[in-house]
Design a protein around this ligand. Structure first.
Ligand code: PXP
Length: 239
């Protein structure tokens, strides 16, 4: 049985569209936990476009399952992680102009740099996950750099449209997950997973946890609008 961790970034994205204080990702995280999520994920980006330092600090105080902080491997964020002490840090590449995380880390290229960051996080009792593409070289490099977990990037699979491309990308994920498990790394997966494309993953038991954000927040709006409108109709009809 695999576990779900919910990424609450896009609750904050909606808040920031108005620059006010709702909806609150901290409240949403609590409700996600009550609904059975086994972990809460947020990405503190350098430009603070959605999740803010305030959110991270409150999430640390309130999350009862497991708090996973996604962050770029840079000193500013390393210092914040060492201070806040999330349960897990997921290192991700970050480009300022991207809409969302675009690819995996190139651990193989900067192994020593990742080794240094990873050992500081692990000394502080934080588990370390590397977000990588389903590439055997990146998996071996992640092991060498000290990662506890690899999160396999499912973006190419999620964006593939033809059945042959979908199968090709899925096979890569499956092989990567098997190799990572063989090397005794824990395996997570995420990016672009939704209520349809998740079903195929029953054939990859090596993946113990899925990190899902956008599709859950999108569905939240759609399944929630009926109740939200009814409540306002009642209020307005009483005017
Ligand atoms: N994993 C990582 C490393 C991510 O950067 C993201 C996006 O923030 C996700 C998982 C979740 O992706 P999505 O929002 O498409 O479900």
């Amino acid at each position: 049985m695999a576990l779900l961790s919910v990424n609450v970034d896009h609750i904050a994205t909606i808040r920031e569209a108005r620059g006010i204080d709702e909806p609150d990702p901290v409240l949403a995280a609590g409700i996600a936990e009550l609904a059975g999520a086994e972990g809460i994920i947020c990405h503190l980006r350098r430009d603070r476009r959605h999740i803010k330092d305030r959110d991270l600090s409150l999430l640390r105080q309130t999350v009862k399952t497991k708090l996973n902080l996604e962050m770029a491997p840079v000193k500013e964020l390393l210092d914040i992680a060492l201070n806040i002490k999330p349960d897990v840090v997921t290192l991700v590449p970050e480009r300022r102009e991207e809409l969302t995380t675009e690819g995996g880390l190139d651990v193989a290229r900067s192994k020593e740099e990742y080794k240094g960051i990873t050992s500081r996080l692990k000394e502080a009792g934080i588990s370390v996950s590397f977000f990588i593409n389903p590439d055997p070289d990146q998996i071996r490099a992640s092991l060498d750099a000290g990662a506890d977990i690899v999160e396999i990037n499912t973006r190419e699979y999620s964006e593939a449209r033809s059945e042959s491309d979908i199968l090709r990308h899925f096979e890569k994920i499956s092989e990567a997950a098997q190799l990572a498990r063989k090397l005794k790394l824990r395996v997570h997966a995420g990016h672009g997973l939704n209520y349809v494309n998740i079903k195929r993953f029953s054939s990859i038991p090596e993946i113990e946890e899925y990190s899902i954000g956008h599709s859950i927040i999108a569905r939240t709006l759609i399944v929630g609008i009926d109740r939200a409108v009814r409540e306002m109709v009642t209020l307005v009809s009483q005017l």
